[in-house]
Every structure is written in C-alpha cells, then in structure tokens.
Design a protein around this ligand. Structure first.
Ligand SMILES: [Zn+2]
Ligand SMILES: [Zn+2]
Length: 437
C-alpha cells in the first residue's frame, strides 16, 4: 500500500514484520543489559528491534556499568551471557562493558529472521518563562550516530523559550541531514506527545510537516484523569485526528502512527504495569527484512500500530478511494472495524477548552495543560462493522467527497499489561495509517 502516491499493493511477495522501535537498556535508564533486551524480543517472535536509549547511540566500546546496586542484574546477565566482558575497578567494584550496536547486530541478526535497527531517543526539555515546560522526546531510527548537537560537549538538555514547532523541526532537519550524510533514510518520530508532563499540543503537528511519524500507542504514556474530559477520554486517536485534519486542510503530508513499548523494565520492577515489553508494537509490510525496506515501507504508510492485535490485510485503492481491512479468525473473538475520517468543513475553533492539572511527582513539575476539544467533524466514526464470534472479518470504506482522509481501527475485547490511561481499556487494538485520495 502507498497511501500518499496511490499504488495499490495488497502485497505481492511482501509480508508483515513485527518490531519495537522504542526500547531502553542500561545504555540509559532501562533496567536490562542490551543482550537481554534483544534476546527477549527476539525470543518473543519479534523480527526487528531498535534500542532507543536517551541521548546516546550504542557505538562506544568503552561504556562500563558498575555492579554496585545492580547485583541481581549482574548475576542474571553473567549467567545468561558468560562471555560478557567484565573488569575490576581500582576500588574493587566489578564493571561490565555495555555491548555496542555492531556487536549486538553481529550476535543476534539472522537473515529473514531478526534485524537490529539503529535508534536513539533525543530527549530534550523546553521551558518557558511562564513556568510551563514540555519534554520533547524524538526517536531517530536508522541513523547509526548521535545527532551532532547532542553529541557536542556543549549539549544541555534544557532549552528556554523556543517555539515547540521550531524545536521539533530543527531536530528533524538535523536528523535528515545526518542520515543523508550516512547514505540512509531516517524514520523520525515524535514520541508520546500526550504524556501528562510532556504534552505537545496536536496543533503543533500542523507546523512540523517534515515530521511524518508519532507514537499513537506508547506503553508508558499516561494522562491525568480529569472528570471534564470527554467520556471516551482524550486519547492519542484524538491527537492524531486533530493533527491530520489541520495537516490535510493545509495540503501537508499526513502523520503516521507507530506503536512502541518504551520498555524500561523487564522483570516486573514497580512501574504500575507500564513500560513493560510485548504490549505495543509496529508491524511493517516489506519484501525483505532489511532496514531500507522497512523504512521505505513506513514512509509509504505500509505499516500498522498494534496493541495486542494484528490485521491480516490492509489495502488502499487510491483510484476508488477505498480502504479495505481484514482480520483473521480467532476462536470466540468478536472483532470490530471502525473507519475514522475528518470532514473537509471542520472548524478550527475549539468547541470548548479543558484545563487539566496533573499531579506532580518526585521528578516532574505539575503544570496545567489546556486541551482544546474540537467538533465532531474531526475524528468522526464514519462506519463500524462488527464481526461474528470466531469468524474472520473484512470491511471496507470508500472516501466521501468531503472526507479529508480515512483510517481504520480494529478492536477486540481483551486486556494487555498496560494500564496507562491513554491506552485503550478492555480492548486489543490495531491502528492502520490514514489514507487519502
Ligand atoms: Zn520518552
Ligand atoms: Zn523512551
């Protein structure tokens, strides 16, 4: 499928590949050695994985981690990977060397079976003199080197009083330039934009047209509970539709949505069920398992975001304007396919605004966030098809003349480990990408 240029493929020799592009390890604040993280994902049937540590790419062969306070992790790691490189520091503390991307690739990559994809999470904060601040987290996928501005000795994470859209766009441009110099094509994505302490208003995405990807499903994303929010919550689907309605009206490229675990904990350490592996993932349709094919397919919109549910087929016939989605049979399961559109005559004036005040925690300031609630012509559910229990389900929707785009959301009753407010409750979900004529 090519949602922007209109090629119809329901796939030829291409197939779906499952991956997670948002994963943390001891290279930053994840609680696992990189070999453990990779081995667990590979062992769970994932085909590709990006280790997206904060503000670091895993290319130094001289990063050592001290055992102090991590005795349990060291014991499990050294038992599973007895060839790990360790040394004893002058003060008698044992250290283990963190494996690099190249070492992990050499160890775990298998043609047609598993692929490590370069990745890092640019992690910044913008603060305003008003007291508001936004954490801005952006993954650069398929770029095997840290951005020069972050690698610089002058790097400071905090910036003051810059426009959010300028700040995000500047990182996208730097990522594109670095990738080009390395002969690669990046996937640059805005992470967890709705997270309560880190919120990026969706309208900002209409001012950052070069940013083509965001996380529609992030395992750690939490938004403050607020009785004034619409009954079905203010979720990332709404963020997505506001961003794309504004983009479509301005003739800009549509924003695509990924799923990612944002894995930080692997052994059930307390995080309220959040940030655990194997909840949210990205499923990409490509002919072969290599970074170029995966990235090209993502730029063509030929991928879906998953939380516990995968499609069988997704196809867009651009000439007819018809999006078709199918999901395979599963004993007892009742599937629903929802087709979601935004209408060309939507109003950019919010119907109302809601102020949400998240609670502060030890690491983060509480600040008010203002959520603009738009009318029903943004993110309108145009068609809903419910399947019979246990049966496969296929449904399609043809764009109406006043539809700006259509996307589909497949659902099935069920639960995942993820408890964050922004995750669908009691449902497994698969999100397909927006398509337009
Ligand atoms: Zn993040
Ligand atoms: Zn992260």
């Amino acid at each position: 499928m090519d949602t922007e240029s209109g090629k119809r493929t329901s796939a030829g020799a291409a197939r779906w590949w499952r991956g997670n592009l948002h994963t943390h390890t001891f290279w930053s604040d994840g609680l696992a050695f990189p070999e453990e993280a990779v081995a667990w994902y590979k062992g769970h049937g994932y085909h590709f994985l990006g280790l997206s540590d904060h503000n670091v790419f895993q290319d130094s062969r001289d990063r050592w981690l001290a055992e102090t306070g991590r005795e349990r992790y060291f014991a499990e790691y050294l038992a599973a990977f007895p060839d790990a490189e360790t040394r004893i520091r002058g003060d008698g503390v044992r250290e283990a060397r963190l494996s690099t991307f190249d070492e992990l690739s050499a160890r775990f990559n298998e043609p047609g079976r598993f692929l490590m994809v370069p990745d890092f999470e640019a992690t910044r904060t913008v603060a305003y003199s008003s007291g508001r601040s936004h954490q801005v987290h952006m993954n650069a996928v398929n770029v095997p080197r840290l951005l020069p501005s972050i690698a610089s000795p002058d790097f400071v994470r905090l910036r003051h009083d810059v426009r959010l859209s300028d700040f995000i766009s500047r990182h996208e441009a730097e990522t594109a330039e670095l990738a080009k110099s390395l002969g690669r094509r990046p996937v640059f994505m805005l992470n967890h934009p709705q997270w309560q302490w880190y919120d990026i208003p969706p309208e900002v995405m209409a001012e950052t047209p070069a940013v083509r990807f965001f996380e529609v499903c992030n395992n750690g994303t939490e938004i403050a509970a607020c009785p004034d929010l619409p009954q079905d919550g203010f979720d990332t689907d709404r963020f997505w539709d506001v961003a794309n309605a504004f983009r479509a009206r301005r003739g800009l490229p549509l924003l695509y949505g990924l799923g990612g675990d944002d894995t930080h904990v692997y052994r059930g350490e307390p995080h309220g069920g959040m940030l655990m592996p194997f909840n949210a993932w990205t499923l990409v349709r490509a002919k072969s398992l290599d970074a170029t094919s995966l990235v090209d397919a993502m730029h063509a919109g030929d991928f879906v975001a998953c939380e516990g549910l995968e499609p069988e087929d997704v196809a867009f016939d651009r000439a007819a304007g018809t999006l078709s989605v199918s999901v395979a049979a599963k004993p007892g399961a009742v599937r629903t396919i929802r087709f979601i559109v935004s209408k060309a005559d939507f109003s950019e004036t919010p119907e109302r605004t809601i102020v949400v005040r998240p609670e502060a925690d030890a690491n983060r300031n509480a600040h008010e966030r203002t959520i603009r609630i738009y009318g029903g012509k943004i993110g309108f559910e145009a068609k809903t098809v419910v399947g019979a229990p246990g049966e496969p389900l296929e449904a399609s929707y043809t764009l109406a003349p006043d539809d700006l785009y259509v996307r589909a959301r497949i659902e099935e009753p069920g639960t995942t480990l993820c408890t964050a407010n922004l995750h669908p409750k009691g449902r497994l979900v698969c999100w397909t990408q927006p398509c337009r004529a």
